[in-house]
Ligand binder design. Structure first.
Ligand code: NAP
Length: 350
């Protein structure tokens, strides 16, 4: 088929097997920023609905996860690393339904329920629709509603890539997870336990029960105890905090151990001095790993904890909460209700 005829068929809507009836409107609702700044730069407004190109999938977003990276991008912290253009749709965590397929997409079909960490240099998921590259998508765990599934990809992939790809966690190893009650930490605790590790994790007093429920062997209340007095001979430290926490973490590592930081480049001098390894991790989109994570969720070995569910229009509130640094588990934005209507309620859910 020539390109021209293909374009004409698409224009007249004759490719109905590739496109559902509802994907006809040219606009959608989205949370966008037009410049960097505080929560007030988040605008709930109309935006053009994106079109999938070759090897891309148009997804109707049902829910979007909120992560600290969202407000860091909003504030301009990432501008030297990621060349975003304005207006920008934030949010790189989603669960939804495949609405349209670009040329060459073979692993998904219209109507599939999927979840994804989409490439964060592109427009995000605080919107009715998003276009995502095929390799960044996986079928969502069937046992999770979209709102819970949207809480998984970014934080769980970060935990997976830190513990398994970078630190090469082995059964029986001793792991210290800072902020075990946070978005990344609560997945890291569960994945480390799933792999057979002995887990220490830190959180404040109010989150000690949560740490125990997640399976932490030795919960540490960082407001009452110095973690280095409890956690010793550690094989792997997951540093989600940086600063003084990272500085004090070197002393708990055994020789040959690994410190993986999500927030701050580890000191090369300490690595040489102590005979340990260290890395600064940047989480990457990975549909194949998300498919593995879905299997572990379906097996009942991994589950997201949800602090708060807000409607998409309340993204400002979601950012303020995330920026407090003291939410537990994840915040999720409900983009559409099951019946397709706009979500308005605020809900709390474990
Ligand atoms: N490099 C990457 O690819 C990557 C990927 C994901 C995340 N990150 C970064 O990693 C960091 C963590 O992300 P997240 O999503 O897990 O954040 P989060 O969900 O906002 O973390 C909140 C948790 O941190 C705990 N916390 C705060 N201060 C603490 C301290 N001093 N010691 C121990 N726990 C403390 C809080 O527990 P209490 O309320 O009990 O204090 C809370 O449960 C963020 O800076 C994020 O940007 C980087």
């Amino acid at each position: 088929m020539s390109r021209t005829i293909e374009a004409l068929i698409k224009h007249t809507g004759a490719t109905s097997e590739k496109k559902s009836a509802s994907a006809t409107s040219q606009t959608m609702k989205a949370i966008r920023i037009h410049n960097y700044g505080g929560p007030e730069v988040l605008h709930y407004e109309d935006a053009a609905r994106p079109q999938p190109q070759a090897d891309e999938v148009l997804i109707r977003v049902h829910a979007a996860g909120v992560n600290p990276i969202d407000w860091k991008v909003r504030e301009g912290d990432m501008k030297d690393l990621w060349p975003h253009e304005f207006p920008l749709i934030l949010g790189w965590d989603l669960s939804g339904v495949v609405e349209e397929l670009g040329r060459g997409v073979s692993r998904f079909k219209i109507g599939d329920e999927v979840y994804s960490l989409p490439e964060p240099t592109r427009n995000g998921a605080y919107a009715d629709y998003i276009v995502v590259r095929e390799p960044e998508i996986a079928l969502k765990p069937k046992s999770l509603h979209h709102i819970r599934a949207a809480a998984v990809p970014l934080a769980a992939l970060t935990a997976w890539q830190s513990l398994f790809d970078t630190a090469q966690l082995q059964p029986g190893q001793r792991v210290l997870i800072h902020a075990g009650s946070g978005g990344v930490g609560h997945f890291a605790v569960q994945l480390a336990k799933w792999k057979g590790a002995y887990v220490f994790a830190t959180a404040s007093t109010k989150n000690q029960d949560l740490l125990r429920e997640l399976g932490v062997d030795e919960p540490i209340d960082y407001t009452q105890q110095r973690f280095e007095n409890v956690a010793r001979d550690i094989d792997i430290v997951l540093d989600t905090i940086g600063g003084e926490t990272q500085e004090r973490s070197w002393s708990v590592l055994k020789k040959g151990g690994v410190l993986v930081s999500l927030v701050q480049p580890p000191s090369e001098d300490k690595v040489k001095e102590l005979g340990v390894r260290a890395a600064l991790l940047g989480a990457q989109p990975n549909g194949a790993q998300l498919a593995e994570i879905a299997k572990i969720i379906e097996a009942g070995k991994l589950a997201p904890v949800i602090d708060r569910i807000l409607p998409l229009s309340e993204a400002r509130r979601a950012h303020e909460l995330s920026q407090s640094g003291h939410t537990h588990g994840k915040i999720a934005l409900r983009v559409s209700n099951a019946d397709g209507t706009v979500a308005r309620k605020t809900e709390t859910l474990r």
